[in-house]
Write a protein of this length. Structure first.
Length: 696
C-alpha cells in the first residue's frame, strides 16, 4: 500500500503553519533529520543530518540547512523555502517520508528526503514533474550551511576553522578531531560546485528563545552545488559521514527504492489494510524509535556473542535517549502490535543485561555507556513488558531464561535496594524515596528542586508491585514450583488488602496519590496515577471501586489529547507548559496533559465497561487528528492543560505513539492484540511458533 498523509495544501491553511508544523525522519541508529514544513530553522535540533556517533560524542549536528533556489529559464531565482515559501504548493508524508511539491514559473518540482536505514546519511531527491512555460531545464542551486556541534549544544558557539577538499564531484568538509568528515555530492545534469562565501545573517532560533536558551547563531557556508533538472529527470543531493565506498555502492535512486520497500514490508508485517491510514501511519511512526544504538561497545559485543542484534528504544525526539521506563511502556505498541517480536526480545534481553541491584536503568545519558538507575518503576514495568511479550509470542524458553533474574529482582525489592526502595513489612507495600531524587515517572527536577518528589508509597508503584507479584506467582507455578508460587500469591494478597484499606480516599471517591509520605498524611492530589490500580493485567483495586475512580478521572483529568497530570484547582496546578526550564519543570507534572496516558485510560474504561469501544474510539479522535497538526505523523510528548491544548515538549514521543496505537487497537471491535488477561483473539487463533521454536 502507498500511504499518504497530507499536512499542507496552499490556500487550505494559513501560511504560519509552514513555520509551526514540523517533520522528522530517523535512521534507526538514533540519528535524524528534522525541520519545519517551510524550511525555516526554529530549533537547535533542526537539521538535515544529525548523525549518531560513537561515544563519547553521541548525536551530532553535521548538516544544519540546505538553502535551495530554483531558476526557470531566464526568470529570477526563487527560494524553495522560507517563512512564506511562496513556491510551496503542498506537503505530505508518503510512507512516512516527507514530500514537498513546488510550482515556479510554470514548472512543477517535487522534493523527497530520506535517511537510509542504519546509515548516517541523508538523501534529498528532486524531480521535475512538468515544465509548461520554459520547456528547458530548471537550474537548482543547493547551498549547504553548517555548524558542526553536539545536537544539544548552544547555537551561539564559535564556528571552528573548517577545511574543505573537492575532488571531481566529491566534496569533503572536516571540522577536525573528534568529528568525522562530512562528505557531500550531487548527481544530475551538469553538476558543479561554486566557491561562494555566504553573507547569510545569523539564524534566529525562535523556539529556543521561547524556551529560555541561546537563540542566535551563525552557520558556515563557502559555496553551492549547481545542477540542472531536465523534463522528467531528477537530481540528488547526498550528505553523509559514511566512507565513500559505502556512499557510492548504490545509486541514490536504488537506495530510495530499498527504503520504500522496507517501509512497505513494515506495513505488510503489521497486517495493515488500505483503509487504515491512521494506524498504518502509527506503524511507520513507531519505526522511528526502534534503534540499533551505535555508542555502547559492550552492548554490541554481548549481543553478538549471543547471536542477537542490538536494539533499544529512543524515548523521544529530539533530546531524549533510551529510557528504561519509556521502553517498557512502549514495547507493546512499538514492537509487539507491529509484529516485531524478535526485536522486542532483543530489547528485553538488552535491558536485562543492565540490571544492577535489582534495578533496570532509568536512562542512558547522551554519549555515555553507563546507565543511571534512579527510578522506582522502570523495573516493575519490565515485568509488565515481559508479560505482554509472552502473551504475543508464547516464548516460554525466554521466560525460563529470565526467571532467576526476576526472582532476584523481587527479593531485592523486598529486602531493600538503592534509593530507599523496599517493602514495608507492616503492610507489604512498596516504599521508595531518597532526598534529592524523584523516582517515579513524575520526575521533574531543576537544580536541587525536586518538583514532585512523591517519596513514600506511591499509588502506581504499588499497583505495579502487586502486578509484578501476581505475574511472578503465575510464572513460578508454570515452572512447577507450587510452594514458591503459593508464597508469592500470599504476599500479593497481603499487599492488595493493605492497598485497598490504605489508599482509598472515601471522601473524594478516589485513591490517594502517595501515603506514608514526608508529611505523614495521604496526598489527596487527584492525579492519573491511580488509573494503574485498575488498568494493569492484575488490577489491585477492588472492582466495586473501579467505576468511582474512573468517573473522577474522566471528570477532572480527561482531555482530547490525554490526561492532565493534576486536577484543575489543586495547589500548584499550572494551565500551560511554557517558558524557561524552571517554569516548564514547575508545570511538567502539575496539570500538563500527557499523551501516553490515553492508553491506560482506555484500558481502565474498557475494564469498567467492556462494551464501551465506540466511546473509546470517539475519545481517541483528538490524538488521531493531531498526527496532521504538529510534527506530522507523530505524537507530541505533552499538551497544555487547557484549551487550545497546545502541543509542547518533545515533538515525537515513543510512548505517545505506542499508547495511541495500542488504544486504537483495544477500541476496535476485533482487536489484534491479546487481551490483558493474555487471551488471543479468536480471529488470530491458529498454530504459531514462538522464537524459541515451541508451538504456542
Amino acid at each position: 500500500m502507498t500511504l499518504a498523509l497530507t499536512a499542507y495544501e496552499r490556500g487550505a491553511l494559513p501560511p504560519d503553519v509552514l513555520v509551526e508544523r514540523e517533520w522528522i525522519v530517523c535512521n534507526g541508529l538514533g540519528g535524524y533529520a528534522s525541520g519545519t514544513l517551510g524550511g525555516v530553522i526554529t530549533r537547535r535540533f533542526h537539521g538535515l543530518l544529525v548523525a549518531a556517533l560513537h561515544n563519547p560524542l553521541g548525536r551530532t549536528m553535521m548538516l544544519n540547512q540546505l538553502v535551495e533556489v530554483a531558476t526557470v529559464g531566464d526568470g529570477p531565482p526563487i527560494p524553495l523555502g522560507g517563512a512564506d515559501a511562496s513556491a510551496l504548493q503542498s506537503f505530505r508524508l508518503e510512507l512516512g517520508l516527507p514530500v514537498w511539491t513546488f510550482e515556479i514559473g510554470g514548472a512543477k518540482l517535487e522534493k523527497r528526503l530520506f535517511l537510509p536505514a542504519r546509515q548516517n546519511t541523508v538523501v534529498v531527491l528532486f524531480r521535475l514533474l512538468e515544465n509548461v512555460a520554459a520547456g528547458g531545464p530548471v537550474k537548482l542551486s543547493l547551498r549547504p550551511a553548517i555548524q558542526i556541534r553536539p545536537h544539544e549544544a548552544p547555537v551561539s558557539g564559535k564556528l571552528p576553522a573548517y577545511t574543505i577538499s573537492l575532488t571531481e564531484d566529491r566534496f569533503e568538509l572536516a571540522a577536525g578531531a573528534p568529528y568525522p568528515p562530512l562528505r557531500l555530492f550531487v548527481n544530475g545534469a551538469h553538476p558543479g560546485f561554486v566557491f561562494e562565501p555566504s553573507a547569510q545573517s545569523p539564524v534566529e532560533y525562535s523556539i529556543e528563545a521561547a524556551r529560555g536558551y541561546d537563540s542566535r547563531g551563525a552557520l558556515w557556508s563557502r559555496g553551492r552545488f549547481d545542477v540542472a533538472l531536465e523534463a522528467g529527470g531528477s537530481a540528488v543531493f547526498v550528505a553523509s559521514i559514511e566512507p565513500w565506498e559505502t556512499l557510492l555502492a548504490l545509486d541514490p535512486e536504488e537506495l530510495h527504492a530499498c527504503e520504500i520497500a522496507r517501509r512497505q514490508a513494515l506495513l505488510g508485517r503489521a497486517g495493515m489494510g488500505d483503509d487504515e491510514t491512521t494506524r498504518a501511519q502509527l506503524v511507520l511512526s513507531a519505526d522511528q524509535f526502534i534503534v540499533a544504538p551505535v555508542g555502547r561497545a559492550a552492548d554490541l559485543v554481548r549481543t553478538q556473542a549471543r547471536g542477537d542484534s542490538l536494539r533499544s528504544i529512543i524515548a523521544g525526539y529530539h533530546w531524549f535517549t533510551d529510557w528504561g521506563r519509556d521502553t517498557m511502556i512502549s514495547l507493546e505498541g512499538l514492537c509487539l502490535l507491529t509484529e516485531r517480536h524478535e526485536e522486542a526480545r532483543w530489547i528485553l534481553r538488552t535491558f536485562a543485561g543492565y540490571v544492577r541491584n535489582g534495578l533496570v536503568p532509568n536512562l542512558f545519558p547522551e554519549g555515555s555507556s553507563d546507565g543511571l538507575y534512579h527510578t522506582a518503576d522502570a523495573t516493575l514495568w519490565f515485568f509488565h513488558a515481559l508479560d505482554r511479550y509472552l502473551a504475543y509470542t508464547g516464548d516460554r524458553a525466554f521466560l525460563r531464561e529470565l526467571l532467576p533474574l526476576l526472582e532476584t529482582i523481587v527479593e531485592l525489592h523486598i529486602t531493600g535496594t538503592r534509593f530507599g526502595i523496599h517493602v514495608d513489612s507492616s503492610d507489604e507495600l512498596l516504599s521508595q524515596g531518597e532526598e534529592g531524587y524523584a523516582l517515579t515517572w513524575m520526575d521533574a527536577k531543576c537544580g536541587d528542586w525536586v518538583v514532585t518528589p512523591r517519596r513514600g508509597k506511591a499509588v502506581e508503584i504499588n499497583a505495579l508491585w502487586y502486578n509484578a507479584l501476581s505475574l511472578m506467582a503465575g510464572w513460578l507455578a508454570e515452572a512447577g514450583r507450587s510452594q514458591d508460587a503459593a508464597a508469592m500469591t500470599a504476599r500479593a494478597q497481603r499487599a492488595a488488602a493493605a492497598f485497598n484499606e490504605r489508599f482509598w480516599f472515601a471522601e473524594g471517591g478516589y485513591l490517594f496519590d502517595v501515603i506514608d509520605g514526608s508529611d505523614g498524611d495521604g496526598d489527596r492530589s487527584c492525579r492519573p496515577n491511580q488509573l494503574f490500580a485498575l488498568s494493569l493485567r492484575h488490577p489491585v483495586l477492588r472492582p466495586d471501586r473501579w467505576r468511582a475512580v474512573l468517573s473522577v478521572v474522566e471528570r477532572q483529568l480527561l482531555t482530547p489529547f490525554g490526561l492532565r497530570s493534576l486536577a484543575p484547582g489543586s495547589p500548584g496546578y499550572q494551565r500551560s507548559y511554557h517558558g524557561d526550564l524552571r517554569s516548564r519543570d514547575a508545570a511538567y507534572h502539575q496539570g500538563t496533559v500527557w499523551s501516553w496516558l490515553i492508553g491506560p485510560y482506555v484500558d481502565a474504561a474498557l475494564r469498567v465497561d467492556p462494551a464501551a469501544r465506540a466511546r473509546a474510539r470517539a475519545q481517541l479522535r483528538g490524538l488521531s487528528d493531531h498526527l496532521r497538526r504538529s510534527c506530522i505523523g507523530q505524537v507530541a510528548e505533552v499538551f497544555d492543560a487547557e484549551e487550545p491544548f497546545t502541543p509542547r515538549g518533545c515533538v515525537a514521543q515513543a510512548w505517545g505513539v505506542a499508547e495511541l496505537s495500542r488504544a486504537l487497537d483495544r477500541a476496535r471491535d476485533q482487536p489484534r492484540a491479546p487481551a490483558l488477561d493474555g487471551a488471543i483473539p479468536d480471529h488470530r487463533r491458529g498454530p504459531t511458533r514462538s522464537p524459541a521454536g515451541d508451538e504456542s
